[in-house]
Design a protein around this ligand. Structure first.
Ligand SMILES: [Zn+2]
Length: 553
C-alpha cells in the first residue's frame, strides 16, 4: 500500500498547469460532484419531475437537504426551505372546443386541434363568446419603437385578429417582449378576444402540425395567497390560433387577402394596416380545473458586509421538468420491451440545479464569504410558463427592492469542453461586463447571443426578475469549440424528450468548469462595490426600473 504522501506527490505531477495556479482558498469544482447531483435528479424514480408530481417533491427535498447540509438559511414559507405555490391546472372537457366563422360566405365550423387551436380560459368553464372581428396587423403598440397598430381602429367588444410575432427588423428581445404582451394591449383597447395567425416566418419556425401536437396541454396559472388565479388579461375572454383554411374563412369578403398581408409582413419593417373584417366568430369550449401545489426551494447565504448584506443576488435554476410523455407508436423500446417515456431532464435542468448546488457549496465553504447576501432559488413550474419564478419575483421572501441581480441557469449543454459562454440579456445591463470579466481568468469568453431569433432572453425564469426591474441574465455554454453542433443536435433531439437522460455523453469536467464560472460570476455580483445596474436608455431598464440608478454603457 502506498503512503498518502507518495500518492499526493504523484497526483501533483499529474495536475494540469492551470490548476497549479490556484490559490489555497480558491474553491475546487469536481466532475464527480456535478454527476452525483444529476444522477439523482435524472433518475427514473423521479418520473421526470413534473410540476405537482411526487417526483418533483422528492427532488425538492433533495435540494432542501443539500442547502441544509451547507448551513444555509431557509428562505421559504415560515422558516422552511419550501415556498409552496398553489396552481390552477385547467384542461379541456369531453366536448371538443369549436370555432365557427360567420360571414358573407355563410357559416363554417372548425374543431379544436384541426384547423384551429382554441385557447383555454380558466375563468370560463363554459365559454361561449360571439363577436365581430377586426384585423389589427401585428397588434403591437409602443411609442419608442414606432408601433401603433390600433390607431384609428374600434375594437371595443370585438375580437382582434393579429399576426404572430413582430415586424422584421425590430430588435428581437424587445420584439419578443412586446409580442408576449399582445393580449394586454388588446384588452386595454376594449377587445374581448384575440385570434392569432401565422406569418410566413412563424409558420416556418413552428409548423402547424407541431403546434397541434401541444394543443391539449393543460393550462397552468398560479393562485395568489388571497386565492385568486393569476390572469394577465382577464378582459380577454376568448383566444385561438388559426391554420390556413380557418384564416381564409375569417378574411372572406375582406379588401385584402391573407396571402397578400403575409407577403407584406414578410418585408423588412412590413407592418400591415388593420381594418374591420366582414366576419364574426363564435368560440365555444368546456374546461375542467383543479388545484395542485408545488414548491419553490429557497435558501439564503447571508452576506459578510454589514451594509451590503441587505442586498440580494439571486442564483436561480428550475427544478421541474415535463414528466412522462403519453404513449405513442414508434417510441424507442429497451431490451425488455419497455418504452421509455420518462423525460428525465438530465440537462434540462438537472445540470442547472447541480451547478447552483455546487456554487452554493463553494460559497458556503469559502473562508471569505460574499459581501452581499445570496438567494439560491430552485424554481418550480418553469416548463409551465416560468410560473414558479414569476410567483417568487412577485411574492419574494425578501423585499424585491433589495434584490439587485439575477443569474439564471437553464439547460447548460454540458456536452463538450466549452470555451465561451452566452449570457442572454448581457446587452442590457452591467451584468454583461461583469460576466465577461469574471470568466476571463478561466480562458472563457463571453460571446454575443448566437441565436437572437430564439429570443431566449424572454423564455426563462430570469425574465420574471427583469419584469420586476431586476437586471438579469440567463447563462449558458456557448457555440465555440463544438458548441454550435451540440446545441443543434440537442434542440433537434433529446430536448424535451426521454433522451435527455444519463445515457447522453455528458462532459462532467465541463460541468465542473461551468460551476466554477458561475461561482466567479455570482461572487463578482455579490462583491462589487456597486450592484449590477441597467444601462442608461435601455429599453428594459427604462420600462421596468424607471427610477433605478443607471450605468453608462
Ligand atoms: Zn425545458
Amino acid at each position: 500500500m502506498k503512503t498518502p504522501m507518495a500518492l499526493a506527490a504523484m497526483t501533483a505531477l499529474l495536475l494540469p498547469a492551470t490548476l497549479s495556479a490556484q490559490s489555497a482558498t480558491d474553491p475546487v469544482f469536481t466532475a464527480a460532484a456535478m454527476r452525483a447531483h444529476v444522477e439523482f435528479l435524472a433518475d427514473d424514480l423521479l418520473q421526470g419531475r413534473d410540476t405537482g408530481s411526487e417526483g418533483h417533491e422528492i427532488a425538492a427535498r433533495y435540494v432542501a437537504s443539500q442547502f441544509d447540509g451547507l448551513g444555509l438559511k431557509p428562505a421559504g414559507d415560515k422558516g422552511t426551505w419550501l415556498q409552496r405555490i398553489t396552481f390552477q391546472k385547467t384542461e379541456f372537457g369531453k366536448t371538443p372546443a369549436t370555432l365557427i366563422v360567420t360571414g358573407p360566405a355563410g357559416a363554417k365550423s372548425f374543431t379544436h386541434a384541426g384547423d384551429v387551436i382554441v385557447g383555454i380560459n380558466a375563468d370560463q368553464p363554459h365559454l361561449d363568446v360571439t363577436a365581430p372581428l377586426v384585423f389589427v396587423g401585428f397588434g403591437l403598440e409602443n411609442a419608442r419603437l414606432g408601433l401603433n397598430d390600433y390607431a384609428g381602429l374600434d375594437v371595443k367588444g370585438k375580437i382582434v385578429v393579429t399576426l404572430r410575432g413582430y415586424p422584421k427588423g425590430l430588435p428581437s428581445e424587445e420584439g419578443a417582449h412586446l409580442s408576449a404582451t399582445k393580449g394586454k394591449i388588446a384588452e386595454s383597447h376594449g377587445a374581448i378576444g384575440m385570434i392569432a395567425l401565422n406569418t410566413l416566418q412563424s409558420a416556418k419556425a413552428r409548423p402547424w402540425a407541431r403546434m397541434v401536437q401541444f394543443a391539449d396541454e393543460p393550462d397552468f396559472t398560479w393562485v395568489s395567497p388571497e386565492g385568486v388565479p393569476f390572469n394577465a388579461a382577464p378582459g380577454l375572454r376568448a383566444s385561438a390560433m388559426l391554420n390556413d383554411p380557418a384564416a381564409q374563412a375569417v378574411f372572406a369578403g375582406a379588401p385584402t387577402t391573407i396571402a397578400a398581408i403575409r407577403k407584406a409582413a414578410d418585408k423588412a419593417g412590413g407592418k400591415p394596416k388593420g381594418f374591420a373584417l366582414k366576419t364574426s366568430v363564435t368560440i365555444k369550449a368546456d374546461t375542467v380545473s383543479q388545484r395542485v401545489t408545488s414548491p419553490n426551494v429557497v435558501a439564503i447565504l447571508p452576506g459578510s458586509d454589514p451594509k451590503l448584506r441587505q442586498e440580494y443576488v439571486v442564483l436561480s435554476a428550475h427544478l421541474d421538468h415535463i414528466g412522462i410523455s403519453p404513449a405513442k407508436a414508434g417510441d424507442a423500446a429497451d431490451e425488455s420491451g419497455n418504452r421509455d417515456r420518462i423525460n428525465n431532464g438530465a440537462l434540462d435542468n438537472g445540470a442547472g440545479i447541480a451547478t447552483m448546488l455546487e456554487v452554493a457549496r463553494a460559497m458556503a465553504q469559502s473562508p471569505d464569504k460574499p459581501r452581499r447576501s445570496i438567494i439560491f432559488l430552485a424554481s418550480t413550474a418553469e416548463e409551465k410558463g416560468l410560473l414558479g419564478a414569476d410567483y417568487f419575483a412577485r411574492h419574494p421572501t425578501v423585499p424585491v427592492k433589495q434584490i439587485v441581480g439575477n443569474v439564471d441557469l437553464d439547460m447548460p449543454l454540458l456536452l463538450y469542453p466549452f470555451t465561451d459562454v452566452i449570457a442572454f440579456g448581457a446587452d442590457h445591463s452591467t451584468l454583461g461586463p461583469i460576466v465577461a470579466k469574471a470568466v476571463a481568468p478561466m480562458g472563457v469568453k463571453l460571446a454575443p447571443d448566437p441565436m437572437p431569433q430564439e429570443t431566449i432572453f424572454v423564455r426563462s425564469d430570469h425574465y420574471m426578475f427583469v419584469k420586476q426591474g431586476v437586471p438579469a441574465v440567463f447563462l449558458a455554454t456557448g457555440y465555440a469549440n463544438g458548441g454550435e453542433k451540440a446545441w443543434g443536435e440537442f434542440l433537434g433531439g433529446a430536448y424535451h424528450h426521454p433522451g435527455d437522460d444519463m445515457m447522453q455523453k455528458i462532459d462532467w469536467n465541463a460541468g465542473a468548469r461551468f460551476a466554477d464560472a458561475n461561482y466567479r460570476i455570482t461572487r463578482a455580483m455579490a462583491d462589487g462595490d456597486a450592484p449590477p445596474r441597467w444601462f442608461a436608455k435601455d429599453f428594459f431598464g427604462d420600462l421596468f426600473a424607471p427610477q433605478a440608478e443607471k450605468a453608462t454603457r
